[in-house]
Ligand binder design. Structure first.
Ligand code: PLP
Length: 435
C-alpha cells in the first residue's frame, strides 16, 4: 500500500461525505508555485489553484515570510475588541482598491460564504427591506444565507430546508441559453424581461433589498454576463433603490485579467462586493467591501466573528497584495489568459469533443461535448481529467462537463506550455479511444 493509499484508507472512516467533493484519490503533501506534490512524491501542475484561492501560487516566499513573522509576534487577538497593525493596513489598502464609488468600509469574515451572508444582512439593514434576488447557476457558499442564494446543486438544498426566506432566483444569461439566430442584444433584452418578470407579478421592487450576482460565474460554468444585460439590471436596481452586490470571491484579485471581475463592466458601480479565497493566499479570510453608509447600517455584534480579520490572515493578505502589485499579476493574468484562449480555441479545431471555450484572464471553462450532438458529455470530461492526473496535470470539472482552468497567476510560462502539451496528449488519447 502506498503512503497515499494508507492515508486515504484512514480518512475514509472519519470524514463527513458532505464536506468533500471527490474527484481524485490523492493526498497532498506540499506545493511550490504552480507545482503540487502528493504523499507518494508525484508532482502535478496545478491548474486549479485550490479553487482560485492561491492566485500567488503555493508557498510564495513573501507570503510565507509575512505569515511566519506575524505568527511569531501575535497570532490572534480578536479583532472584535482590538485592532492590530496588519488589520489597519489591510483596511486602508482594500478601501483604496474597492471598485465602489464614494467612501468605502470593510467587514471581515472567515470565508466567502460568511461574506455573502453578511451582504444580505447589510442590505436588509440598510434598506429596511427583506427580499433578495440571485441567479440560477450561482455559487455563493455553504452557510444558510449563501446556500440559499446559490443554485448549482440540488444537494445544497436537499434535507436542510427551509432555507432563508425571501430569496428569489432569476435566470443568469449563460451563453448556452442564447437562441440560434438571436443577437446578443436580443438575448440580453429577453433575459432582462425574465429578470423583471417577478417584479411585475409577485415581488415588489420597493420591498427588495438586494440583487447579488457573480459577473463571471465560476461554478456555474465560467459564463460572463453580457455588458448590456448587466447594465440593464444595474440601472433597474438604481431606479428602485435596490442594492447591487457582486461576488468577487472566485473572480476577484486579478483572476479574470482585471483586478475585479466587475472592472469588465465600466457602467456598473456596485454597492457591495464579497472578497475571499485568494485575498490571504488561501488562509481563512474574507471581506465585504461596501459603501460606508451601507456598512454602517449594521451595529455590533451584528456581524462579529472571533477570528475574522485576525493578525496572521491580514498580514498574509497584505503580503498577497504586495505580490499582486510587484509581480504584475493582473497584467500577467490578462496576457497569459490570451495565450491560453488561443491554445484552447486551436484545440477545439482539432478535437470535435471540445465545445465552447470561455477564457477571461488565466481563468475559464472549456466545454466537453458529444461530437455528434454537441450536448454536454460529463463522462468524456471525467475521462479527460483522470488521464490528465495520470500525466501530471491537476484539473477538475464544473457542471460535470466543463473543464475548469484556473492556474496560479504566477505560473511560469514554460510550465503553462508544458500543461498545454499534456492536455493535447490527453485529448489525443481520448480521440484515439486509448482511455
Ligand atoms: N462565492 C463564490 C463565487 C465562490 O466560488 C465560493 C467558493 O467556491 C464562495 C463564494 C464560497 O467561499 P468559501 O468556500 O470560502 O466559503
Amino acid at each position: 500500500m502506498s503512503q497515499n493509499q494508507a492515508l486515504l484508507h484512514q480518512e475514509a472512516h472519519g470524514l463527513a461525505p458532505a464536506s468533500r467533493i471527490k474527484f481524485f484519490d490523492v493526498v497532498l503533501k506540499s506545493g511550490k508555485g504552480a507545482i503540487l506534490t502528493d504523499a507518494d512524491n508525484r508532482d502535478y501542475i496545478d491548474l486549479l489553484s485550490s479553487a482560485s484561492s492561491t492566485n500567488t501560487g503555493h508557498a510564495h516566499p513573501h507570503v510565507v515570510h509575512a505569515i511566519q513573522e506575524q505568527a511569531a509576534r501575535l497570532i490572534q487577538y480578536t479583532p472584535a475588541y482590538f485592532a492590530t497593525e496588519p488589520e489597519i493596513e489591510l483596511v486602508k489598502r482594500l478601501t483604496a482598491l474597492a471598485p465602489i464609488a464614494g467612501p468605502v468600509k470593510v467587514a471581515f469574515g472567515n470565508s466567502g460564504s460568511d461574506a455573502n451572508d453578511a451582504i444580505i444582512k447589510f442590505a436588509r439593514a440598510y434598506t429596511g427591506r427583506q427580499n433578495v434576488v440571485s441567479f440560477t447557476g450561482a455559487y455563493h457558499g455553504s452557510t444558510y444565507g449563501s446556500i440559499t442564494t446559490s443554485a448549482v446543486s440540488l444537494n445544497m438544498a436537499r434535507k436542510i430546508g427551509p432555507l432563508l426566506p425571501g430569496v428569489v432566483k432569476v435566470p443568469f444569461p449563460s451563453h448556452w441559453d442564447q437562441l440560434p439566430h438571436e443577437t446578443e442584444a436580443e438575448f440580453c433584452d429577453r433575459l432582462f424581461a425574465a429578470f423583471k418578470q417577478p417584479f411585475e407579478t409577485y415581488l415588489p421592487a420597493d420591498e427588495t433589498a438586494l440583487v447579488e450576482i457573480e459577473a463571471i460565474q465560476g461554478d456555474g460554468g465560467f459564463c460572463k454576463a453580457p455588458a448590456r444585460y448587466l447594465d440593464q439590471v444595474y440601472n433597474f436596481c438604481q431606479k428602485h433603490g435596490i442594492l447591487f452586490a457582486v461576488d468577487e470571491v472566485n473572480q476577484g484579485l486579478g483572476r479574470s485579467g482585471t483586478m475585479w471581475s466587475i472592472d469588465h463592466f465600466p457602467n456598473v458601480h456596485p454597492d457591495l462586493i464579497a472578497v475571499g479565497k485568494s485575498i490571504a493566499s488561501g488562509l481563512p479570510l474574507s471581506a465585504v467591501l461596501g459603501r460606508a453608509p451601507v456598512i454602517d447600517a449594521l451595529a455590533a455584534p451584528g456581524n462579529v466573528y472571533t477570528t475574522a480579520g485576525n493578525p496572521v490572515t491580514t498580514a498574509a493578505a497584505n503580503a498577497t497584495l504586495d505580490v499582486i502589485t510587484d509581480e504584475h499579476l493582473v497584467e500577467r493574468s490578462a496576457r497569459l489568459g490570451a495565450t491560453a484562449r488561443e491554445f484552447f480555441l486551436n484545440l477545439r479545431k482539432q478535437y470535435p469533443f471540445i465545445g465552447d471555450v470561455r477564457i477571461y484572464g488565466l481563468n475559464g471553462g472549456i466545454d466537453v461535448v458529444n461530437p455528434a450532438t454537441k450536448q454536454p458529455d460529463a463522462i468524456a470530461a471525467s475521462m479527460l481529467i483522470t488521464r490528465l492526473l495520470e500525466l501530471g496535470v491537476l484539473m477538475i470539472t464544473v457542471r460535470g462537463n466543463v473543464l475548469r482552468f484556473q492556474p496560479p497567476l504566477v505560473i511560469p510560462e514554460q510550465t503553462l506550455h508544458r500543461a498545454f502539451q499534456i492536455i493535447e496528449t490527453a485529448c489525443a488519447d481520448l480521440q484515439a479511444g486509448r482511455i
